[in-house]
Design a protein around this ligand. Sequence first.
Ligand code: PHE
Length: 449
Amino acid sequence: SGSTPNQKAGTVERFSSTGFILAAIGSSVGLGNMWKFPYVTGKHGGAAFFLLFIVCLIVVGLPVLLAEMTIGRGGRGNAAVSFYKLTGKKYWSWLGLVSVITAFLIMSYYSVVAGWTLHYTVESFTGLLFRSGTDFKSKFELFASGYMPLFWQAVVMLVSGWILARGVSGGIEKFNKILIPGFLIILLVLMFRSLTLPGAAAGVEFFLKPDFSKLDAESALIAMGHAFFSLSLGMGCMLTYGSYVEKSQSLGKATLAIGFGDLVYALIAGLIIFPTVFSFGLEPGEGVGLAFMALPVAFSQMPFGAFFGGLFFLLLAIAALTSAISILEVPIAYAIHKWKWSRPRAALYVTVVCFLVGIPSALSVGGVLSSFVIGGKSIFDLVDFVTAYILMPLGGLIVALFTGYAWKRAGEEAGLSGFWYKAWMFLLRVTSPIIIVLIFLYSVGIIKL
Ligand code: PHE
């Protein structure tokens, strides 16, 4: 070992051990935690769903997370080449290439949403957003129908590309070390604000009151799918980050830290969102409607709302940016190796092409391309659907099967032996593949519950 295909100049790119944990948590904590998780939890039985989610995280999420990082570190290469280096079989790198393409496609629309959060951050702090009597639904629609989203998407791409051009320790690690603690502080300030609002208890109750009667097969599949998405699995992210980890670092401990971090952030996000929503008598929803239409109403009515609203959107923007960096790194690492480009050059080219590919997504949410619909879906929804429901499960399945069956020395690289190794292998060989296939069949509508 010692040599790496990731660097042209022959210098080895590595994370420090805390830098790696922070970067991986930055990747896993994203828009999924902030606006999807709280809502599905509230809707599917509160604390009962939360417990179910913890089980899914342990049974499906963590084994695949460990497998991805182990492949990356063992192969010391990007999401395609690592598979090849570990087995000497070419077809595995073709299968790994699926992840690289998935990451590229995800970035093309994730950057759009990340751009919206930046626009809203700026509008909040400058006071433009919270004028009295604003109809936030039309305000968002007006924004999305124009060309401003393109500008903000470009900003996100440029910032991510610039950070990645600086490299692993001077870019990814450095910015996560600044952003994650900042994120934590904002999170705590907002949690304190929301929990002290009048009527906050009703929100906490909606989010966490256990109702085991709401748990069914459907909630189980949703919990599993979300465990997967939330840990950034199935698209080469954790694999690529894993390739920059020192041999001396324990991947088992890293897996636990990342899983725990993801869970805690999801919990706090719910404790911010629901008390705020309920305190102002609003409807709890999810996604775009929740973040850009409902919550601004609450912020516009509370004292210092522009400040707290600004903090909230800044929180979303940081969550999105630290995830976006990890997504864009997947194709950049691939390009550096494949075309022997320097890192800055690879970062520039990949960023520009990804931005161009994302333009149709940016213009299809209420914009000029919104009437262009394929199979009942706008371009944005289509890219989201194909990546999240088809390509990511496929990528996860490839990782589980590769580690479980094809690569014989995974246990050694992961530092597992005895009971833990056997348990890990059982989960990767049997449980994860079955569950991933079930999630896939459910989400494309082949099995109905
Ligand atoms: N895990 C991120 C979230 O919860 C999303 C993500 C998916 C990030 C895939 C990177 C890769 O929002």
